[in-house]
Design a protein around this ligand. Sequence first.
Ligand code: LLP
Length: 384
Amino acid sequence: MTIPASALHDAAERFGTPLYVYDAAELDAALARVRAAFGTARVYYAMKANPNLTLLRRLHGAGVGFECVSPGELARAEAVGASGERILVNGPAKSETEYSAGGRLGATFIVDRAEEVALLPPHSRALVRVNPALAVSTHDHLATGAVGSKFGVTLAQAPRVLAALRDAGHTALGLHVHIGSAIRDAHDFTAAFGRLTELRAQTGPLAVLDAGGGWGLDADLGGIAREARAAASAFGAALWVEPGRYLVARAGTLLTRVVGTKRTGGTFCLVDAGMTELLRPMLYGALHPVTPLWDGGETGVWDIAGPACESGDLLARGVSLPQPRRGELLAIGEAGAYGAAMSSTYLTRSRPAEALYQAGGENGADWTLIRRRETPQDVWAAET
Ligand code: LLP
């Protein structure tokens, strides 16, 4: 994140807190890193990471497609003008709406179980998701390729599902694998792609290998890309990838203001954001870097606690900070992925505003509001 502290203060002043801010330069840089590593691979952004329409439009403009897992995500892809070629319809339990919308748009389906062959619209293009049955280096909730996970078909079933697709008049493009999210060790991908490659003798050449996403922010991207490209070429296939976190996480920061401090059995810096704005620390024990935007004062060690009436509502533990004062700003980093996207209206809290930073951007303004803060009326609007 390269947004100057003065600009962060301006944004908090203008749009209020809690506030998600995104650095356009870092978004572009992340996509450039992906393209440098993966060469000509087609990129389908997993929009679950951050579905803000402004970010989607930016990625669409750069030639990126979208991986969608709900009717709403498909509607977003359509709203930003993505064509069927640029849309993947994925999910372990797709609804009728997803089959019909995907069919209407001419999207590619990712088949997650054999029964889906009969549910696809006629003459669909499809990939078969394979579960390589591997333990991987991430939180249990984020692993999707382990034995017993609900995702994909087994290695043994995959060639039969490809054949069933062809028999049913669909275009069986190839195989798909996604072993989980925030994976730290690139060797996990080597192992997964290796297992898929063993199917080559049974499947014959394929048009597409979709290597999924899941790349941890500090994982060896070059290494993952090399292995993915090798696996695709073993099938004579074009490589597709589906990064979510990698494209948006580092561009995003959650700005929150200090509400006060409290020393009881613990030492708390109370802030105006919590589990409703950023659930990842509570849900996965995720560690997000915390940067105080003030100087001076004696340094102490603080737990950063939110406003919710739940003990688990902590954004970070044991953070070293200069003495917090009411009204000062904290920046919670690497929050662009699964931050705003997973924010909730629990406690009738309004979901936060989002702003995009682009120094001297359109109209010469550095900041663009890309989602206004919800009001309580927005939160209860659907209630009768
Ligand atoms: N492709 C498929 C089929 C996926 O299920 C996912 C993420 C992705 C691509 C993108 O994965 P990424 O590159 O972002 O790791 N809420 C969790 C993350 C859940 C990811 C679910 N699937 C979190 O906050 O870490």
